[in-house]
Design a protein around this ligand. Structure first.
Ligand SMILES: [Ca+2]
Ligand SMILES: [Ca+2]
Ligand SMILES: [Ca+2]
Length: 161
């Protein structure tokens, strides 16, 4: 009796861990980026690219406008979403004019595509793309004033390991 209870408990915990493993990335504390992605994003060169008015702060509006432009650049066929071939592009030409080479490379990994594909249909819509970047912004905006300072921008350990 004791043995079969233990077996049942074991089976239940295996089932639970399988369920946890395959759950989509919806939780508020879900990973927002790979370690490589976080490192490249949080460089000052990247902050400057989002800071359109050059005042050393990145507002939520500047971030949205930047990521809309990135989406448009990647979205070669002009429909409403990014497909895998648009995401990764031709292998020799990962660098986006709007971003550093390091950031372009990390963004265009399939792992980052999967993290942004909230409904798991293998396409990243503009909404999915923007809401991911808004979540990144919110995570970095530790003072919650809708602006990122250089200190907030470069804060380590918030986005991914
Ligand atoms: Ca600014
Ligand atoms: Ca597309
Ligand atoms: Ca999707």
């Amino acid at each position: 009796m004791k043995l079969s209870l233990t077996k049942t408990a074991l089976a239940a915990s295996v089932l639970l861990s399988v369920a946890a493993f395959s759950a989509p990335v919806f939780a508020a504390d879900a990973m927002l980026g790979t370690g490589g992605y976080a490192r490249q994003l949080q460089k000052m060169d990247m902050m400057k690219m989002l800071d359109a008015d050059g005042n050393h702060m990145v507002t939520a509006a500047e971030a949205d406008s930047y990521y809309n432009s990135v989406f448009d650049t990647l979205n070669k066929d002009g429909d409403d979403s990014l497909e895998a071939n648009e995401w990764t592009g031709p292998s020799k030409n990962l660098k986006l004019d709007l971003a550093t080479g390091g950031y372009s490379r990390e963004l265009r990994s399939m792992k980052m595509m999967r993290l942004m594909d909230a409904d798991g249909d293998h396409k990243v819509t503009r909404d999915e793309f923007l809401s991911h970047h808004r979540a990144v912004f919110a995570k970095l905006d530790t003072s919650s004033d809708q602006e990122l300072s250089a200190t907030e921008w470069s804060m380590k350990g918030l986005l991914g390991k």
